[in-house]
Design a protein. Structure first.
Length: 120
C-alpha cells in the first residue's frame, strides 16, 4: 500500500471533507435568513419581490449544488450514497438549474429588473 491509500490517510481525508460539511450547515442558515426576508418582501415590499426572488434563487442554486456535491463525496467515501438517495438530490438540483436558469442568468435578470447596465 502506498501512503496515500492507508486507512489513516483515508480517514483523515474524510474528516477534512466532512468538516467542510459543518461550514455548509452555517451557510445554509444564511440561506434560511435570505429566504425569510424574501418572503417578507412579498408581503411588505412587493416592488422589490421579483428582484429578491432572483437573488434568492441564484444563491440557493449555488449553495445547494455545493452542499449536495460535498454530501455525495463524503457519503460516497464510506459507500453510503444509495441508502441516503443523495444522488437523486444532486440530480434534482442540477436539473432545477437547467430549468430555472443558472445563477448567472438569474443575476442578470435581477440586474435588468433594477435597470442596471452590466456592460460597464
Amino acid at each position: 500500500m502506498t501512503s496515500d491509500t492507508t486507512p489513516s490517510a483515508m480517514r483523515s481525508a474524510l474528516f477534512w471533507k466532512s468538516t467542510g460539511a459543518v461550514d455548509h450547515g452555517a451557510i445554509s442558515s444564511t440561506v434560511t435568513a435570505i429566504l425569510w426576508y424574501a418572503g417578507h418582501a412579498f408581503d411588505a415590499i412587493p416592488e422589490e419581490a421579483p428582484v429578491l426572488a432572483c437573488h434568492v434563487l441564484a444563491h440557493v442554486s449555488e449553495i445547494g449544488r455545493e452542499i449536495a456535491s460535498v454530501s455525495t463525496q463524503v457519503h460516497g467515501g464510506i459507500g453510503w450514497t444509495d441508502e441516503q438517495n443523495l444522488h437523486f438530490w444532486y440530480k434534482r438540483i442540477s436539473s432545477a438549474r437547467h430549468l430555472l436558469g443558472g445563477p448567472e442568468s438569474l443575476r442578470e435578470t435581477a440586474a435588468s429588473l433594477q435597470s442596471l447596465d452590466l456592460a460597464s
